[in-house]
Design a protein. Structure first.
Length: 441
């Protein structure tokens, strides 16, 4: 029975939630069974053992993230079927000079730049993946090849991991800002946040991602059959219409601070438009056969797992016990900085990245008194922690991106785990000295 052997410091509810979380995360991490089946197993066990209410377990289906993904899936099918992705990929390919280093570096750079333009990480991923798929075909990277895996990793990780250093670009950043304003009437400025985090967590991390992909997934581009660099044919009527739709959607995503409409509903509106009988850019057959519905169950499972951990109190208990074990208040700002960063990092393993600020932020005032560090510094160390992703399930955009690309999560895990090790032993200490130069510690 779930949770029958429980630590004394966990309540029965927390023990049950912890046991199910370990089972679910274990299956996702190892890939023993497909991720969407693991999600369905999670739903089944959570309901059979009444671990949390249905509205918590199935909360992912009401989440804007799931509907943003659905909209992105429909857009992806249209991008491929109209040939627009192939056109964009060829125009990008011209500037990459058939060098694998330039391809990986260029795709990561595109991902980082896109993060400045589009506030939704999930939206960036679902738009980039179909275009990058055409790019891999253009350079002759077949399914299962190192090159195909490497280019997709460059797009997904490049558009997500460095974006933690850009204030509105990822969900955990905005959760942190919202809670900081609510609890402490304190909010970082855009430029202040960028200067503090982007040089190390943005630029250097992006460079490390490029290096890791080149090392772990070496390859050389080759000319794909019938895909030589030839002048592109004029765009079809459907491709032109889709281009206009994407430009309108992008404009709405960029101006969400004005109209306050969620990126998810913008994406859903775009998807519905493409599905309309008179428009028919995605027909009934494509809707039934081309859309990866398994990824929707997967993301709903991830979000439901996070909701269960939070609702059961397990997240708070783990965070409090973790903080009690770390060496705070030893009159060493460096040790306090590293301990705070690791506390956020390890909390993210249990709760996923968006759950970290929800758990750590209310504890920040107490942590400030224990460490003698300013409250603002305590709050910002969370970014160092939750931006260090070890397992792909911690970050839904990574997990979903790999699903959409048809690549194994183990490939993302290899890069993320090594990136986390490099971050802990090299980038975090370097970040501390950068903060010291800026007067934050």
């Amino acid at each position: 029975m779930l949770g029958v052997l429980r630590p004394s410091w966990l309540s029965p509810a927390e023990s049950m939630a912890g046991a199910l979380a370990i089972i679910t995360i274990g299956f996702w991490a190892t890939g023993v069974i497909p991720q969407h089946i693991t999600a369905l197993l999670f739903f089944l066990l959570a309901m059979l053992f009444s671990i949390s209410p249905a509205k918590v377990i199935f909360s992912g289906f009401a989440s804007t993230a799931l509907w943003l993904i659905f909209g992105g899936l429909v857009l992806g099918v249209a991008i491929n079927s109209t040939g627009l992705g192939r056109i964009v990929a060829r125009r990008v390919a011209v500037h990459l000079n058939r060098s694998y280093f330039r391809i990986i570096g260029g795709v990561v750079t595109i991902g980082v730049l896109f993060a400045f333009l589009m506030p939704s990480a999930m939206g960036r991923v679902v738009l980039l993946v179909p275009i990058i798929g055409e790019l891999t075909t253009h350079f002759g990277f077949e399914k299962g090849s190192n090159g195909r895996t490497g280019v997709f990793l460059a797009a997904i990780l490049g558009s997500f991991v460095p974006a933690f250093a850009i204030l509105p670009a990822n969900v955990p950043n905005m959760v942190l800002v919202g809670l900081s304003e609510t609890l402490f009437h304190m909010s970082p400025l855009y430029g202040e946040y960028l200067l503090l985090h982007f040089p190390i967590l943005g630029i250097l991390r992006a460079a490390v991602i490029v290096g890791l992909i080149l090392w772990l997934y070496p390859d050389q581009p080759r000319e794909a059959k019938n895909e030589a660099l030839t002048p592109t044919r004029p765009m079809s009527k459907d491709a032109r219409l889709l281009s206009l739709v994407l430009l309108i959607l992008l404009a709405l995503w960029l101006t969400d601070f004005i109209h306050h409409v969620s990126p998810a509903w913008v994406a859903l509106a775009g998807a519905v438009f493409l599905l309309l009988p008179k428009i028919n850019l995605v027909n009934k057959k494509q809707f039934n056969e081309k859309i990866n519905y398994g990824s929707l169950f997967f993301v709903a499972g991830i979000l439901g797992l996070g909701g269960m951990v939070s609702h059961s109190g397990l997240g708070d208990t783990l965070a409090n016990n973790l903080i009690g074990l770390l060496p705070f208040g030893e009159e060493s700002p460096f040790l306090d900085f590293m301990s705070l960063s690791l506390a956020s990092l390890l909390t993210g393993v249990a709760t996923t990245a968006p759950g970290v600020p929800a758990i750590i932020t209310p504890l920040s005032d107490t942590l400030s008194q224990v460490t003698d560090l300013p409250l603002k510094t305590i709050l910002m160390t969370q970014v160092v922690g939750f931006s260090t992703v070890i397992f792909p399930y911690q970050a839904p955009p990574i997990a979903i991106g790999m699903q959409l690309a048809g690549e194994k999560l183990s490939a993302a895990f290899r890069v993320c785990s090594l990136l986390a090790i490099i971050s802990i032993f090299f980038l975090l200490p370097l970040d501390y000295f950068w903060w010291k130069v800026l007067g934050w510690v």
